[in-house]
Design a protein around this ligand. Structure first.
Ligand SMILES: [Zn+2]
Length: 155
């Protein structure tokens, strides 16, 4: 066995959950934190906050419970396909998600977490948002949401 010549040099890693090729030493969680920081530093970027959070979680489905994942998929369709605002979606889903009526958890646990039936070949990941920089953030996050909706709508 030969020693890898790249030993000690920058090594890319792949997120086991969303398949993103990550910058050295970073995890998708780091990218998520970076996106939140941009939104905080440049408040107009917060306009797509709901889409960013949804996209990130849909590509890391273990963060949801199985029911939470099903709900998130519907929410994405409401935002992307029906063009609902977060307020409109909240109103439309109120009955289903109000904690008084809800007997399921949105977040995943070690034993009950969301997963897809098949591997999802995502066409965009958080890496694409970060490489676009804050100046393209709104546009890229919207494209990210569209791309996830497309992949999830595949028959
Ligand atoms: Zn990831």
């Amino acid at each position: 066995m030969f020693l890898c010549q790249n030993e000690g040099m920058d090594v890319e890693s792949i997120c086991p959950e969303c398949g993103a090729v990550l910058p050295t030493g970073q995890s998708c969680q780091d990218l998520f934190d970076q996106m939140l920081l941009w939104e905080w530093e440049h408040p107009p970027l917060g306009e797509v906050h709901h889409l960013m959070v949804l996209c990130y979680h849909l590509q890391h489905p273990h963060l949801y419970s199985p029911e939470g994942l099903a709900y998130a998929r519907r929410l994405l369709a409401q935002f992307v396909a029906q063009g609902l605002s977060p307020t409109e979606a909240r109103q439309q889903n109120r009955a289903q998600v109000s904690s008084a009526n809800r007997n399921w958890k949105i977040t995943g646990t070690a034993v009950a977490f969301g997963a897809y039936d098949q591997p999802m070949n995502w066409t965009m990941t958080a890496v694409d948002i970060i490489t676009g920089g804050p100046e393209n953030y709104g546009e890229r996050v919207r494209a990210w949401a569209q791309s996830i909706h497309q992949v999830l709508s595949r028959p």
